[in-house]
Design a protein around this ligand. Structure first.
Ligand SMILES: *Cc1c(COP(=O)(O)O)cnc(C)c1O
Length: 471
Protein backbone atom coordinates (compact mmCIF):
# COMPACT_ATOMS: atom_id res chain seq x y z
CA UNK A 1 0.00 0.00 0.00
CA UNK A 2 1.46 3.33 -1.00
CA UNK A 3 1.07 6.52 0.99
CA UNK A 4 0.30 9.73 -0.88
CA UNK A 5 2.99 10.53 -3.35
CA UNK A 6 4.86 13.62 -2.02
CA UNK A 7 3.89 15.62 -5.13
CA UNK A 8 0.25 14.69 -4.66
CA UNK A 9 0.55 15.62 -0.99
CA UNK A 10 1.80 19.05 -2.03
CA UNK A 11 -1.22 19.54 -4.26
CA UNK A 12 -3.77 18.34 -1.72
CA UNK A 13 -1.96 20.12 1.10
CA UNK A 14 -2.44 23.39 -0.75
CA UNK A 15 -6.10 22.62 -1.16
CA UNK A 16 -6.41 21.94 2.57
CA UNK A 17 -4.58 25.13 3.51
CA UNK A 18 -6.83 27.04 1.11
CA UNK A 19 -9.88 25.44 2.68
CA UNK A 20 -8.77 26.40 6.21
CA UNK A 21 -7.87 29.93 5.09
CA UNK A 22 -11.29 30.40 3.48
CA UNK A 23 -13.04 28.96 6.54
CA UNK A 24 -11.23 31.34 8.86
CA UNK A 25 -11.76 34.32 6.58
CA UNK A 26 -15.50 33.72 6.66
CA UNK A 27 -16.04 32.27 10.12
CA UNK A 28 -17.28 35.58 11.51
CA UNK A 29 -20.20 35.56 9.07
CA UNK A 30 -21.55 32.19 10.18
CA UNK A 31 -23.99 31.65 13.05
CA UNK A 32 -21.67 30.99 16.00
CA UNK A 33 -23.62 28.09 17.42
CA UNK A 34 -24.40 24.95 15.45
CA UNK A 35 -28.15 25.02 14.91
CA UNK A 36 -28.67 21.32 14.21
CA UNK A 37 -30.82 18.75 15.97
CA UNK A 38 -29.31 15.58 17.44
CA UNK A 39 -28.76 13.02 14.64
CA UNK A 40 -28.58 15.68 11.88
CA UNK A 41 -25.00 14.77 10.99
CA UNK A 42 -25.46 11.01 11.15
CA UNK A 43 -28.53 11.22 8.94
CA UNK A 44 -26.47 12.92 6.25
CA UNK A 45 -23.40 10.72 6.22
CA UNK A 46 -22.94 7.51 4.28
CA UNK A 47 -23.04 4.88 6.96
CA UNK A 48 -21.06 2.39 4.89
CA UNK A 49 -17.33 3.04 4.93
CA UNK A 50 -15.75 3.40 1.49
CA UNK A 51 -14.56 0.09 0.08
CA UNK A 52 -12.40 1.85 -2.52
CA UNK A 53 -10.28 5.01 -2.37
CA UNK A 54 -12.19 8.23 -2.95
CA UNK A 55 -10.84 11.51 -4.31
CA UNK A 56 -9.77 13.83 -1.50
CA UNK A 57 -11.86 16.65 -2.92
CA UNK A 58 -14.95 14.62 -2.06
CA UNK A 59 -13.94 14.76 1.59
CA UNK A 60 -13.55 18.54 1.46
CA UNK A 61 -17.00 18.65 -0.08
CA UNK A 62 -18.35 16.67 2.87
CA UNK A 63 -16.84 19.19 5.25
CA UNK A 64 -18.74 21.95 3.51
CA UNK A 65 -21.94 19.95 3.28
CA UNK A 66 -22.13 18.30 6.68
CA UNK A 67 -19.35 19.31 9.05
CA UNK A 68 -19.32 23.10 8.88
CA UNK A 69 -23.09 23.54 9.31
CA UNK A 70 -22.93 21.26 12.36
CA UNK A 71 -19.97 23.01 13.94
CA UNK A 72 -20.01 25.50 16.78
CA UNK A 73 -17.47 28.04 15.62
CA UNK A 74 -15.08 28.45 18.51
CA UNK A 75 -12.81 30.54 16.29
CA UNK A 76 -15.59 33.02 15.52
CA UNK A 77 -14.95 36.56 16.79
CA UNK A 78 -18.46 36.34 18.25
CA UNK A 79 -17.54 33.42 20.51
CA UNK A 80 -17.76 34.55 24.15
CA UNK A 81 -18.77 31.25 25.76
CA UNK A 82 -17.00 29.01 28.29
CA UNK A 83 -13.38 30.04 27.90
CA UNK A 84 -11.77 30.72 24.52
CA UNK A 85 -10.10 27.88 22.64
CA UNK A 86 -7.56 29.87 20.65
CA UNK A 87 -6.36 27.96 17.62
CA UNK A 88 -4.25 30.61 15.93
CA UNK A 89 -3.13 29.85 12.42
CA UNK A 90 0.47 29.86 13.59
CA UNK A 91 -0.37 26.99 15.92
CA UNK A 92 -2.22 25.19 13.13
CA UNK A 93 0.95 25.33 11.04
CA UNK A 94 2.96 24.01 13.98
CA UNK A 95 0.50 21.14 14.32
CA UNK A 96 0.99 20.28 10.67
CA UNK A 97 4.74 20.17 11.15
CA UNK A 98 4.28 17.92 14.16
CA UNK A 99 2.10 15.56 12.16
CA UNK A 100 4.58 15.69 9.32
CA UNK A 101 7.44 14.60 11.52
CA UNK A 102 5.17 11.95 12.99
CA UNK A 103 7.39 11.10 15.93
CA UNK A 104 6.59 9.48 19.26
CA UNK A 105 8.32 11.49 21.99
CA UNK A 106 7.78 9.06 24.85
CA UNK A 107 11.44 8.68 25.67
CA UNK A 108 14.25 11.15 25.09
CA UNK A 109 15.86 8.58 22.83
CA UNK A 110 12.73 8.06 20.71
CA UNK A 111 13.12 11.64 19.50
CA UNK A 112 15.57 13.84 21.40
CA UNK A 113 14.30 17.03 19.75
CA UNK A 114 10.71 16.43 20.86
CA UNK A 115 11.88 16.36 24.47
CA UNK A 116 14.48 19.08 24.42
CA UNK A 117 12.47 21.64 22.42
CA UNK A 118 9.73 21.18 25.02
CA UNK A 119 12.19 21.63 27.88
CA UNK A 120 13.60 24.83 26.37
CA UNK A 121 10.14 26.29 25.74
CA UNK A 122 8.86 25.42 29.21
CA UNK A 123 11.95 26.86 30.89
CA UNK A 124 11.59 30.00 28.80
CA UNK A 125 7.89 30.34 29.56
CA UNK A 126 8.53 29.82 33.26
CA UNK A 127 10.77 32.89 33.13
CA UNK A 128 8.37 34.84 30.93
CA UNK A 129 5.52 34.19 33.39
CA UNK A 130 7.69 35.19 36.32
CA UNK A 131 7.63 31.73 37.91
CA UNK A 132 10.24 30.96 40.53
CA UNK A 133 13.50 29.63 38.99
CA UNK A 134 12.87 26.44 40.98
CA UNK A 135 10.32 25.46 38.33
CA UNK A 136 13.04 25.36 35.66
CA UNK A 137 15.00 22.22 34.88
CA UNK A 138 18.24 23.84 36.01
CA UNK A 139 16.48 24.81 39.24
CA UNK A 140 15.57 21.21 40.11
CA UNK A 141 12.02 21.36 38.73
CA UNK A 142 10.70 21.35 35.21
CA UNK A 143 7.77 21.74 32.90
CA UNK A 144 5.94 19.57 30.41
CA UNK A 145 3.00 19.81 28.05
CA UNK A 146 -0.04 17.76 29.05
CA UNK A 147 -3.09 17.27 26.87
CA UNK A 148 -5.30 19.16 29.31
CA UNK A 149 -5.45 20.81 32.70
CA UNK A 150 -7.51 17.80 33.75
CA UNK A 151 -4.58 15.48 33.09
CA UNK A 152 -2.23 17.91 34.80
CA UNK A 153 -4.38 17.77 37.93
CA UNK A 154 -4.51 13.98 37.79
CA UNK A 155 -0.75 13.49 37.56
CA UNK A 156 -0.17 16.11 40.26
CA UNK A 157 -2.54 14.12 42.48
CA UNK A 158 -0.70 10.87 41.74
CA UNK A 159 2.65 12.46 42.62
CA UNK A 160 1.06 13.87 45.76
CA UNK A 161 -0.30 10.45 46.77
CA UNK A 162 3.13 8.96 46.32
CA UNK A 163 4.77 11.64 48.42
CA UNK A 164 2.12 11.60 51.15
CA UNK A 165 2.49 7.84 51.52
CA UNK A 166 6.23 8.11 52.05
CA UNK A 167 6.73 6.28 48.75
CA UNK A 168 4.43 3.33 49.53
CA UNK A 169 1.59 4.35 47.20
CA UNK A 170 3.20 2.73 44.17
CA UNK A 171 3.13 -0.67 45.79
CA UNK A 172 0.22 -0.42 48.20
CA UNK A 173 -2.22 1.98 46.58
CA UNK A 174 -4.55 4.08 48.69
CA UNK A 175 -6.03 3.09 52.05
CA UNK A 176 -9.12 5.30 52.19
CA UNK A 177 -7.74 7.93 54.56
CA UNK A 178 -6.48 10.27 51.82
CA UNK A 179 -8.11 13.70 51.49
CA UNK A 180 -8.03 16.37 48.77
CA UNK A 181 -9.01 20.01 49.38
CA UNK A 182 -10.88 22.19 46.89
CA UNK A 183 -13.63 24.84 46.93
CA UNK A 184 -17.15 24.77 45.53
CA UNK A 185 -15.77 26.72 42.55
CA UNK A 186 -12.88 24.36 41.79
CA UNK A 187 -13.03 22.84 38.32
CA UNK A 188 -14.76 19.46 38.12
CA UNK A 189 -11.54 17.93 36.78
CA UNK A 190 -10.26 17.76 40.37
CA UNK A 191 -13.27 15.73 41.47
CA UNK A 192 -12.71 13.50 38.46
CA UNK A 193 -9.02 13.09 39.27
CA UNK A 194 -10.00 12.02 42.80
CA UNK A 195 -12.28 9.37 41.35
CA UNK A 196 -9.80 8.20 38.74
CA UNK A 197 -7.16 7.86 41.44
CA UNK A 198 -9.51 5.52 43.27
CA UNK A 199 -10.00 7.75 46.32
CA UNK A 200 -13.77 7.92 46.02
CA UNK A 201 -15.83 11.08 46.23
CA UNK A 202 -15.63 11.03 50.03
CA UNK A 203 -11.97 12.01 49.74
CA UNK A 204 -12.98 15.42 48.42
CA UNK A 205 -13.09 18.18 51.04
CA UNK A 206 -14.83 21.38 50.04
CA UNK A 207 -13.23 24.31 51.86
CA UNK A 208 -15.47 27.28 52.67
CA UNK A 209 -14.89 30.63 50.94
CA UNK A 210 -13.88 33.80 52.73
CA UNK A 211 -16.99 35.74 53.71
CA UNK A 212 -18.39 37.77 50.82
CA UNK A 213 -16.18 36.14 48.21
CA UNK A 214 -15.87 33.02 46.07
CA UNK A 215 -12.24 32.50 47.05
CA UNK A 216 -10.94 29.76 49.33
CA UNK A 217 -10.56 30.80 52.97
CA UNK A 218 -7.05 29.88 54.08
CA UNK A 219 -8.27 29.95 57.70
CA UNK A 220 -11.03 27.48 56.93
CA UNK A 221 -8.45 25.31 55.15
CA UNK A 222 -6.10 25.41 58.15
CA UNK A 223 -8.94 24.36 60.47
CA UNK A 224 -10.05 21.53 58.21
CA UNK A 225 -6.50 20.24 57.79
CA UNK A 226 -5.92 20.23 61.53
CA UNK A 227 -9.22 18.44 62.17
CA UNK A 228 -8.53 15.83 59.52
CA UNK A 229 -5.01 15.15 60.76
CA UNK A 230 -6.34 14.84 64.33
CA UNK A 231 -8.91 12.32 63.03
CA UNK A 232 -6.15 10.18 61.52
CA UNK A 233 -6.83 11.21 57.92
CA UNK A 234 -4.08 11.98 55.42
CA UNK A 235 -4.24 15.36 53.63
CA UNK A 236 -2.71 14.77 50.22
CA UNK A 237 -3.36 17.72 47.95
CA UNK A 238 -4.79 21.22 48.09
CA UNK A 239 -5.87 22.87 44.85
CA UNK A 240 -6.17 26.64 44.84
CA UNK A 241 -7.53 28.06 41.59
CA UNK A 242 -6.27 31.21 39.91
CA UNK A 243 -9.24 32.22 37.79
CA UNK A 244 -12.16 29.90 38.47
CA UNK A 245 -14.21 28.70 35.52
CA UNK A 246 -17.42 30.28 36.79
CA UNK A 247 -16.41 33.83 37.61
CA UNK A 248 -12.61 33.99 37.40
CA UNK A 249 -12.23 34.18 41.18
CA UNK A 250 -8.70 33.85 42.53
CA UNK A 251 -7.90 31.81 45.62
CA UNK A 252 -5.22 33.30 47.89
CA UNK A 253 -2.36 31.03 46.82
CA UNK A 254 0.19 32.36 49.30
CA UNK A 255 -2.06 31.99 52.33
CA UNK A 256 -3.25 28.59 51.13
CA UNK A 257 0.33 27.37 50.63
CA UNK A 258 1.30 28.59 54.10
CA UNK A 259 -1.69 26.81 55.65
CA UNK A 260 -0.80 23.60 53.80
CA UNK A 261 2.91 23.68 54.59
CA UNK A 262 2.89 22.41 58.22
CA UNK A 263 1.14 19.25 57.00
CA UNK A 264 3.42 18.67 54.02
CA UNK A 265 0.42 18.72 51.68
CA UNK A 266 1.07 19.00 47.94
CA UNK A 267 -0.25 22.31 46.59
CA UNK A 268 -1.33 22.28 42.94
CA UNK A 269 -2.32 25.63 41.43
CA UNK A 270 -4.94 25.37 38.69
CA UNK A 271 -4.59 28.52 36.58
CA UNK A 272 -5.87 26.85 33.43
CA UNK A 273 -7.42 29.95 31.90
CA UNK A 274 -5.97 32.92 33.78
CA UNK A 275 -2.36 31.90 34.36
CA UNK A 276 -1.12 32.97 30.94
CA UNK A 277 -2.00 36.58 31.80
CA UNK A 278 1.09 36.62 34.02
CA UNK A 279 3.08 37.16 30.82
CA UNK A 280 2.02 40.78 31.34
CA UNK A 281 3.85 42.33 34.30
CA UNK A 282 0.69 44.19 35.34
CA UNK A 283 -0.97 40.80 35.99
CA UNK A 284 1.95 39.14 37.78
CA UNK A 285 0.18 39.54 41.11
CA UNK A 286 -2.05 36.66 40.00
CA UNK A 287 0.86 34.36 40.74
CA UNK A 288 1.62 35.72 44.19
CA UNK A 289 2.65 32.76 46.34
CA UNK A 290 3.15 30.34 43.45
CA UNK A 291 6.83 30.18 44.42
CA UNK A 292 5.66 28.22 47.50
CA UNK A 293 3.70 25.51 45.71
CA UNK A 294 4.54 22.10 44.25
CA UNK A 295 2.92 22.35 40.85
CA UNK A 296 1.40 24.98 38.61
CA UNK A 297 -0.73 24.54 35.50
CA UNK A 298 -1.93 26.94 32.83
CA UNK A 299 -3.39 26.20 29.40
CA UNK A 300 -1.79 27.54 26.25
CA UNK A 301 -4.86 26.17 24.46
CA UNK A 302 -7.36 28.52 26.01
CA UNK A 303 -6.15 32.12 25.72
CA UNK A 304 -2.58 31.74 24.50
CA UNK A 305 -3.17 31.22 20.79
CA UNK A 306 -2.19 27.54 20.77
CA UNK A 307 -4.57 24.98 19.31
CA UNK A 308 -5.87 22.36 21.74
CA UNK A 309 -4.13 20.45 23.25
CA UNK A 310 -1.34 22.21 25.12
CA UNK A 311 -1.66 22.43 28.89
CA UNK A 312 1.53 23.59 30.57
CA UNK A 313 2.42 21.94 33.85
CA UNK A 314 5.43 22.81 36.00
CA UNK A 315 6.61 20.97 39.09
CA UNK A 316 9.10 22.02 41.75
CA UNK A 317 10.67 18.60 41.95
CA UNK A 318 11.63 17.02 38.64
CA UNK A 319 11.70 13.58 40.31
CA UNK A 320 8.17 13.76 41.69
CA UNK A 321 6.28 12.55 38.61
CA UNK A 322 8.77 9.88 37.48
CA UNK A 323 9.02 8.56 41.05
CA UNK A 324 5.28 8.07 41.11
CA UNK A 325 4.66 6.98 37.53
CA UNK A 326 7.71 5.35 36.02
CA UNK A 327 7.38 1.71 34.98
CA UNK A 328 10.06 0.31 32.70
CA UNK A 329 9.42 -2.92 30.86
CA UNK A 330 12.43 -4.43 29.14
CA UNK A 331 11.48 -3.16 25.66
CA UNK A 332 11.70 0.45 26.87
CA UNK A 333 15.11 0.08 28.54
CA UNK A 334 17.79 2.23 27.06
CA UNK A 335 21.14 3.67 27.89
CA UNK A 336 20.15 7.32 27.78
CA UNK A 337 17.34 6.74 30.28
CA UNK A 338 19.55 4.64 32.56
CA UNK A 339 22.25 7.33 32.53
CA UNK A 340 19.84 9.70 34.29
CA UNK A 341 21.06 12.49 32.01
CA UNK A 342 17.78 12.91 30.12
CA UNK A 343 14.10 13.51 30.73
CA UNK A 344 11.72 10.79 29.55
CA UNK A 345 8.40 12.59 29.35
CA UNK A 346 6.43 9.32 29.36
CA UNK A 347 7.10 9.36 33.11
CA UNK A 348 5.38 12.73 33.47
CA UNK A 349 2.00 11.66 32.09
CA UNK A 350 -0.54 8.84 32.02
CA UNK A 351 -0.16 7.60 28.41
CA UNK A 352 3.09 6.20 27.09
CA UNK A 353 2.96 7.76 23.63
CA UNK A 354 3.20 11.48 23.15
CA UNK A 355 2.91 13.92 20.30
CA UNK A 356 5.44 16.61 19.49
CA UNK A 357 3.10 19.26 20.91
CA UNK A 358 5.93 21.68 21.53
CA UNK A 359 6.06 22.46 17.81
CA UNK A 360 2.74 24.26 17.77
CA UNK A 361 3.67 26.19 20.90
CA UNK A 362 7.02 27.07 19.35
CA UNK A 363 5.30 28.18 16.18
CA UNK A 364 3.11 30.52 18.26
CA UNK A 365 6.00 31.94 20.27
CA UNK A 366 8.05 32.36 17.14
CA UNK A 367 5.25 33.89 15.11
CA UNK A 368 3.91 36.33 17.68
CA UNK A 369 6.81 36.88 20.04
CA UNK A 370 6.14 37.44 23.74
CA UNK A 371 5.24 41.02 22.86
CA UNK A 372 2.57 39.83 20.47
CA UNK A 373 1.17 37.48 23.09
CA UNK A 374 1.01 40.29 25.62
CA UNK A 375 -0.77 42.53 23.11
CA UNK A 376 -3.29 39.73 22.45
CA UNK A 377 -4.03 39.34 26.17
CA UNK A 378 -4.09 43.09 26.88
CA UNK A 379 -6.45 43.79 24.00
CA UNK A 380 -9.04 41.44 25.45
CA UNK A 381 -8.60 42.69 29.01
CA UNK A 382 -9.15 46.27 27.78
CA UNK A 383 -12.31 45.26 25.88
CA UNK A 384 -13.62 43.48 28.97
CA UNK A 385 -12.95 46.56 31.10
CA UNK A 386 -15.01 48.67 28.66
CA UNK A 387 -17.84 46.18 28.67
CA UNK A 388 -17.74 46.15 32.46
CA UNK A 389 -18.11 49.96 32.58
CA UNK A 390 -21.05 49.81 30.20
CA UNK A 391 -22.76 47.18 32.33
CA UNK A 392 -22.17 49.15 35.50
CA UNK A 393 -23.64 52.28 33.89
CA UNK A 394 -26.64 50.52 32.36
CA UNK A 395 -29.91 50.64 34.32
CA UNK A 396 -31.29 47.14 34.85
CA UNK A 397 -27.89 45.45 34.53
CA UNK A 398 -25.81 44.37 37.52
CA UNK A 399 -22.29 43.04 37.63
CA UNK A 400 -22.53 39.63 39.31
CA UNK A 401 -18.85 39.36 40.27
CA UNK A 402 -15.85 41.63 39.94
CA UNK A 403 -14.44 41.47 36.38
CA UNK A 404 -11.59 38.98 36.22
CA UNK A 405 -9.16 39.86 33.40
CA UNK A 406 -11.28 39.37 30.28
CA UNK A 407 -14.25 37.64 31.94
CA UNK A 408 -17.33 39.73 32.76
CA UNK A 409 -20.27 38.22 34.65
CA UNK A 410 -23.59 40.04 34.94
CA UNK A 411 -27.29 39.55 35.46
CA UNK A 412 -30.47 41.52 34.91
CA UNK A 413 -32.21 43.11 37.87
CA UNK A 414 -35.47 41.78 36.45
CA UNK A 415 -34.51 38.32 37.73
CA UNK A 416 -33.27 34.91 36.67
CA UNK A 417 -35.94 34.29 34.02
CA UNK A 418 -35.17 37.58 32.32
CA UNK A 419 -31.43 36.93 32.43
CA UNK A 420 -31.90 33.46 30.98
CA UNK A 421 -34.20 34.80 28.27
CA UNK A 422 -31.61 37.42 27.34
CA UNK A 423 -28.91 34.77 26.97
CA UNK A 424 -31.21 32.60 24.88
CA UNK A 425 -32.07 35.50 22.61
CA UNK A 426 -28.45 36.47 22.05
CA UNK A 427 -27.48 32.89 21.27
CA UNK A 428 -30.46 32.41 18.98
CA UNK A 429 -29.37 35.46 16.98
CA UNK A 430 -26.33 33.49 15.84
CA UNK A 431 -24.17 36.59 16.11
CA UNK A 432 -22.63 35.77 19.47
CA UNK A 433 -22.37 32.81 21.81
CA UNK A 434 -22.60 33.28 25.57
CA UNK A 435 -22.74 30.77 28.43
CA UNK A 436 -23.90 31.08 32.00
CA UNK A 437 -23.12 30.20 35.58
CA UNK A 438 -24.83 30.56 38.93
CA UNK A 439 -23.48 32.99 41.53
CA UNK A 440 -25.01 33.06 45.00
CA UNK A 441 -28.00 31.18 43.71
CA UNK A 442 -28.68 33.56 40.84
CA UNK A 443 -28.48 32.90 37.12
CA UNK A 444 -25.58 34.86 35.61
CA UNK A 445 -24.37 35.48 32.05
CA UNK A 446 -20.64 35.07 31.46
CA UNK A 447 -18.91 37.03 28.71
CA UNK A 448 -15.48 35.48 28.16
CA UNK A 449 -13.66 37.72 25.71
CA UNK A 450 -10.64 36.07 24.13
CA UNK A 451 -11.19 34.52 20.72
CA UNK A 452 -8.23 35.11 18.42
CA UNK A 453 -10.19 37.36 16.05
CA UNK A 454 -12.31 39.26 18.61
CA UNK A 455 -11.91 43.04 18.24
CA UNK A 456 -13.72 46.08 19.60
CA UNK A 457 -16.36 45.94 16.85
CA UNK A 458 -17.39 42.47 17.95
CA UNK A 459 -17.78 43.46 21.59
CA UNK A 460 -19.65 46.59 20.46
CA UNK A 461 -22.12 44.51 18.49
CA UNK A 462 -22.50 42.11 21.41
CA UNK A 463 -23.34 45.08 23.61
CA UNK A 464 -25.85 46.37 21.09
CA UNK A 465 -27.40 42.89 21.02
CA UNK A 466 -27.57 42.72 24.81
CA UNK A 467 -29.26 46.08 25.08
CA UNK A 468 -31.73 45.76 22.25
CA UNK A 469 -32.86 42.34 23.42
CA UNK A 470 -33.56 43.64 26.89
CA UNK A 471 -37.24 43.04 27.56
C1 LIG B 1 -10.89 24.95 31.56
C2 LIG B 1 -10.44 24.67 32.93
C3 LIG B 1 -9.96 23.41 33.28
C4 LIG B 1 -9.98 22.25 32.35
O1 LIG B 1 -9.12 22.51 31.30
P1 LIG B 1 -8.77 21.41 30.23
O2 LIG B 1 -7.40 21.81 29.82
O3 LIG B 1 -9.78 21.59 29.14
O4 LIG B 1 -8.83 20.08 30.89
C5 LIG B 1 -9.49 23.23 34.55
N1 LIG B 1 -9.48 24.23 35.44
C6 LIG B 1 -9.94 25.47 35.14
C7 LIG B 1 -9.89 26.54 36.17
C8 LIG B 1 -10.43 25.72 33.87
O5 LIG B 1 -10.90 26.93 33.58
Amino acid sequence: MADLDPEEFRRLGRAVVDWVAAYRAGVGDRPVRAGVEPGWVRARLDTGLPERPQPFEVLLGELDRVVVPATTHWQSPGFFGYFPANASLHSVLGDLLSGGLGVQGMLWSTSPAATEVEQVLLDGLADALGLDPGFRFDGGGGGCIQDSASSAALVALLAALHRASGGRWRADGVDGRERVYVTAETHSSLAKAVRVAGLGDRALRVVAPSPGSQAMSADALATLLAEDVAAGLVPVLVCPTVGTTGTGAVDPVRAVALAARPHGVWVHVDAAWAGVAALCPEHRDLLDGVELVDSFCTDAHKWLLTAFDASLLWVRDARALPDALSITPEYLRDGASDSGAVVDYRDWQVPLGRRFRALKLWSVLHGHGLDGLRAHLRGHVALAAELESRIVAEPGFTLAAPRSLSLVCFRLDAGDDATRALLDRVNASGRALLTHTVVEGRYVIRVAIGAVATRREHVDSLWALLRTSEP
